[in-house]
Design a protein around this ligand. Structure first.
Ligand code: ZN
Length: 354
């Protein structure tokens, strides 16, 4: 993710992983045009009194067939530099979305280190050596894992740590990660190419693109697009809204909503102020599960000045997602969109809006 974004990737609040992993295996249709069948939504996760909380763990189909990498391969990464990858035997992944992509491509067994934003697949990422947070990496911890490849995206840093890794002779490959709905497939193709398995990447990218397109088709059926306000919360210390040019904006718009912050002219992340809240008049509040928890659940959220008086506050229309799932722009983006569309539809039709 881009550097102007706040630190999203909290450790996963694992609400219902085990049950949902058991319930995975949703059939995937390669047809992009068809709107999705009624999505199989996971059980809603009751979170500290939230009345409208969408859980975040639709398990993807983990890739079981291990592809055979064709190496060496030379890629041009987002910095413009050419990097030659000769071995993917020991991969250190710098970002949670990239980690999720590697596992979805079937090369998870080669991952020997992940950052603390890597929360998916939960049962695998939890047990791997942790290299710290993606924006505050240290070269020493990574080099100690003897990687043959270090791969991440533009959120990885600081640049000095990356330079140290390159100086030590380790190939460092970084994907672009713009906050758009094109990012998931582009990152998948890039990562797969760097790992020497481009065909597997084309396959997975096409599947993810089809899922996103199907969710967008469903989103276009929403008759009355709700104004949705994304709140990034870390207790009382950090409380921000997401305007345009953010992953939250891309997701809200793709799911058929109106970004209430962008609508009043906010670009990027800006501190939450009562004035913004009054101007934005959200009908739905979108939060990260961990963020909601950090303010004490829905009751705490509604004590933030101004929020209780909005339509969303009055009607308790609050939707919480896991951070990597909603904002990671990873392989589950289409599934996250389906859930967001459902939340917007439900919210738009519930309780007789004024
Ligand atoms: Zn990223």
């Amino acid at each position: 993710m881009r550097s102007r974004m706040p630190d999203y990737h909290f450790a996963l609040l694992c609400l219902v992983c085990a049950a949902l992993l058991a319930a995975c295996g949703t059939a995937r249709s390669p047809e992009a045009a068809a709107p999705p069948a009624a999505p199989t939504l996971p059980a809603r996760a009751p979170l500290a009194g939230a009345t409208t909380v969408s859980a975040s763990h639709v398990a993807p189909v983990p890739s079981t067939d291990v592809p055979t990498p064709q190496l060496p391969v030379t890629v041009t990464d987002f910095t413009g530099g050419n990097v030659t990858v000769t071995s993917v035997e020991r991969i250190v992944s710098l970002n949670g979305d990239i980690t999720e992509i590697i596992f979805a491509l079937g090369l998870g067994d080669a991952v020997v280190g992940v950052d603390s934003s890597a929360t998916y697949p939960p049962e695998r990422t939890r047990s791997l050596p942790n290299i710290g947070y993606q924006r505050r990496l240290s070269a020493e911890g990574i080099l100690a894992l003897n990687p043959t490849l270090v791969i991440g995206d533009e959120a990885a840093g600081p640049p000095e740590a990356l330079a140290q890794l390159r100086a030590a002779g380790v190939p460092v490959v970084l994907a672009a990660d713009p906050p758009t709905l094109a990012a998931p497939a582009a990152k998948i193709r890039f990562v797969a190419t760097a790992l020497g398995i481009p065909e597997r990447g084309q396959e997975l990218a096409a599947q993810v693109e089809a899922e996103i397109a199907a969710a967008q088709a469903a989103a276009r059926q929403i008759a009355d697009p709700p104004r949705a306000l994304f709140l990034y919360l870390r207790g009382t210390d950090v409380q921000q809204v997401a305007g345009s040019e953010t992953p939250a904006d891309a997701m809200i718009v793709a799911a058929g909503g109106v970004n209430a912050a962008a609508r009043v002219g906010i670009v990027g992340f800006k501190p939450l102020s009562p004035e913004t809240v009054v101007a934005a008049q959200p009908e739905v509040m979108l939060v990260l599960a961990r963020g909601l928890e950090s303010v004490g659940g829905v009751a705490g959220l509604l004590r933030i000045p101004g929020l209780a008086d909005t339509p969303a506050g009055q009607q308790r229309r609050i939707v919480a997602f896991d951070d990597l799932y909603l904002l990671g722009m990873g392989p589950r983006t289409g599934q996250a969109l389906v859930e967001l569309v459902a939340a917007f539809q439900t919210d738009a039709s519930a309780e007789g809006r004024p």
